[in-house]
Design a protein around this ligand. Structure first.
Ligand SMILES: [Fe+2]
Length: 272
């Protein structure tokens, strides 16, 4: 029975570098078993998995399906210092209440890297799609690392970076954490560039000028379209992504309301 379910799963690349469209996985796929294990492995290989269930998911359906990919965090810790946004029990990325530009959502980032234990992954489902625009983009941090020259890779392999809210005007958080600049995915063994333009503050042990020059170059490098996939939402779509091997951003240009329900997965310390 479980074998038949696994045989029905199909993968079609969503871009050259990152993401696959997954077919054959039902909303009732059990969180244990070989189908779930194969989907979790695929998440670490491809960074983002896209599903299309044809019609909007109920909150219960979404939560049940989301359980396939790990242990969920209660609520959503956006850490703005504003209670109303920080403690959403049913987190909805609603363009009317959470304007993208106000919260750095339209800049490349990985979520919560200013915490010692940033989220491992996140999942979104589209409840209401804008008439046009409002895509979400993901970048492969594997591809970004692998495209760097050997000497730069070797330097980055050895350094740590401080993450904080310094670059974000809207965020009032005292949280900060030091992580490796390059992490290794525990499923695939591949290395990924782990610096992002929202939270990465500086390279530990370097002068301000050295650190900022290298970081700005890496932020620009990550912005290379060759590493990206862009997803145009329709109601019933689901996207789940691994945070440490990808970065993401929204496209703030769109027409009409945009509502995406979101859940976040607990994570441990990023490691090299
Ligand atoms: Fe985000």
């Amino acid at each position: 029975m479980a074998k038949a379910a696994l045989d029905r799963i199909g993968y079609a690349p969503a871009s050259g570098a990152i993401g696959v469209h997954v077919t054959g996985a039902g909303l009732d796929t059990p969180a244990q078993g070989e189908t779930a294990a194969a989907l979790r492995q695929a998440l670490h290989e491809h960074g983002v998995l896209f599903f299309d269930f044809g019609q909007p998911l109920t909150r219960d359906q979404f939560e049940t399906f989301a359980a396939l990919f790990g242990e969920l965090e209660q609520g959503y810790r956006l850490s703005t210092g504003k209670e109303d946004v920080a403690a959403m029990a049913d987190p909805m990325m609603d363009s009317e209440k959470l304007p993208m530009k106000d919260f750095g959502i339209n800049k490349w980032h990985s979520d919560g890297t200013l915490f010692e234990n940033p989220p491992q992954a996140a999942i979104l489902t589209c409840v209401e799609a804008p008439e046009a625009g409002g895509e979400t983009m993901w970048a492969s941090a594997y591809a970004a690392y692998e495209a760097l020259s050997g000497p730069l890779q070797r330097m980055l392999d050895e350094v740590d970076v401080l993450h904080s809210s310094r670059r974000l005007e809207w965020m009032k958080s005292d949280a900060s954490a030091v992580h490796p600049a390059v992490i290794r995915d525990e499923f695939t063994g591949r290395k990924a560039l782990f610096v992002n333009s929202n939270y990465t503050d500086r390279i530990v042990g370097m002068s301000e000028r050295e650190s900022e020059t290298i970081l700005q170059m890496l932020f620009e490098h990550l912005n290379t379209p060759d590493f990206h996939v862009t997803h145009r939402w329709q109601p019933g779509h689901v996207a789940v992504w691994e945070q440490r091997i990808t970065q993401h951003r929204g496209v703030a240009g769109f027409r009409g309301p945009r509502k995406l329900r979101r859940l976040t997965y607990l994570g441990g310390r990023p490691a090299r």
